[in-house]
Design a protein around this ligand. Sequence first.
Ligand code: HEC
Ligand code: HEC
Ligand code: HEC
Ligand code: HEC
Ligand code: HEC
Length: 372
Amino acid sequence: MKRFTPFFVMSLVIILLAGLLASCRGPEGPQGPPGTSTVVNLEGFAPGINCGSCHNPDQDTVYYVWAKKYQWERSKHAWGGDYERNSSSCAGCHTTEGFVKRMQGKPVTNQVDSSPPGCFACHSPHARGDFSLRNASPVTIRSQIVGVPDAQFNYGKGNLCVQCHMTRDFTPRPDPTKTAATDSIVITTSRWYAHYGVQGQMLMGEGGFKFPGYMYTGNSVHTTLPAIKQEGCITCHMATPTAGSGIAGGHTMNLRYEFQGTARSLLNGCNQSGCHSNLTTLDYKGVQSAVNANFDTLKTLLIQRGWIDGNPSSSNYGLVRLTGGRLVIKPAIKAGALYNYFFVEHDRSEGVHNPKYALELLRSSIEELRKP
Ligand code: HEC
Ligand code: HEC
Ligand code: HEC
Ligand code: HEC
Ligand code: HEC
């Protein structure tokens, strides 16, 4: 319960405010000098906006702001807790304040007073007077593999998600041309990966490490299906649930959820027209099971080689194992298997985003590690 407390405090404030503001109109054009607005944001109010159209649940039958707040409260955006990652290098994705600055093209600074990705990150309701998306332009996702170009992510509204759900640079980068027995890569960080937001790349079928000589056959239909091309992540994660079946999708962005003590999955996104017709599980055709089985095999091989820490009681568990501060891999190309391991793990869809691509990355990595 502890983690919800701030939200309820906020709700109380709003209840009070809503009462006060229900009939009040926005100040006429107070966009003026920054600092004149004493309320919450950096961007001012659109001239003449009607506060009550969003702040009074009585009047609000357009946006259902209150409903969205309760949905958001159930999202990991709200409760994940990682908004404490608020230094200048993290705040641009982990805090609303830093993200707003980043989207405004301003430098992101340390953000001690931080809040998690919330309404004002993805929207700018006061300055715009509506809930249009703050930024839905295509996103360049920086490649983390030597010789592979950056990817252009362009999936409609889903572009907003990928402003944060994208890679972070790390070194040294894996290199598919380093195949000689003498080629070595020296890893000195236990977090040798491109951070956690690889979902955009996985969906497009980019960003995985491809071993020359292995036959990769492309992507699953998700990559190009019109319904997904148009809205990207939103197609599935923000689908509308069925009345009476619990709160999922929407601003919870959850596909697995609990309803009255029972585990459930939201399949309405999957079963829309043009997609599946009668899919009954997220583990459709056993994709998640197959990906998890291959993932476990790869994990075992990596542990056997001593490249990741397989000791569950170690604080380094599951991360790169450094001996004397380093891990040396020869030939360097084999590090691609380690890279793919984290890539699939951090995607977290257990293959669903792009089954064919995820499986082949895992299988080729396994094959590579089984070679002497
Ligand atoms: C287009 C919708 C919209 C309009 C119009 C709007 N707001 Fe908001 N406002 C929001 C949302 C969404 C939030 C964040 C969620 C919440 O706290 O309800 C918010 C938050 C606030 C907060 C911060 C509450 C807190 O506890 O942090 C204040 C204060 C506020 N609005 C005042 C106003 C005033 C005054 C007006 C009219 C000039 C106004 N709002 C008009 C959508 C709107
Ligand atoms: C402002 C940056 C930002 C944007 C924009 C953003 N996210 Fe997130 N997302 C995060 C962060 C940060 C987390 C992890 C939160 C934490 O751990 O505190 C997260 C977590 C999630 C999770 C939960 C992951 C898990 O491990 O359970 C889902 C699902 C998700 N985001 C989907 C989306 C979708 C879909 C969109 C677009 C509609 C989106 N996100 C837009 C930053 C963002
Ligand atoms: C480019 C955007 C971006 C930047 C910059 C960023 N992160 Fe993240 N981070 C994310 C997203 C998105 C997630 C959530 C992904 C998910 O849950 O699937 C995340 C997740 C995390 C998690 C949670 C992992 C977990 O297993 O729950 C930690 C911890 C974290 N980041 C730390 C940091 C730190 C520390 C920094 C700064 C040094 C940082 N991040 C910078 C986007 C970013
Ligand atoms: C992580 C990003 C993200 C966050 C945080 C977020 N939204 Fe949204 N919101 C979206 C996206 C994406 C859509 C478009 C969904 C669609 O088209 O189905 C949307 C749509 C909406 C809509 C419908 C807009 C319309 O014109 O029909 C409303 C209202 C809304 N959001 C309110 C909120 C409120 C209130 C909050 C805070 C409690 C919030 N959002 C937080 C991403 C976000
Ligand atoms: C085809 C539907 C679909 C699309 C499109 C999609 N996802 Fe997913 N996503 C899923 C499924 C299914 C899962 C697995 C959920 C599970 O098994 O718990 C998942 C899992 C996730 C998770 C981990 C959530 C968790 O609870 O562990 C994140 C984060 C995520 N997706 C983000 C995104 C982002 C960002 C995009 C857009 C780049 C995206 N997804 C596009 C269906 C989709």
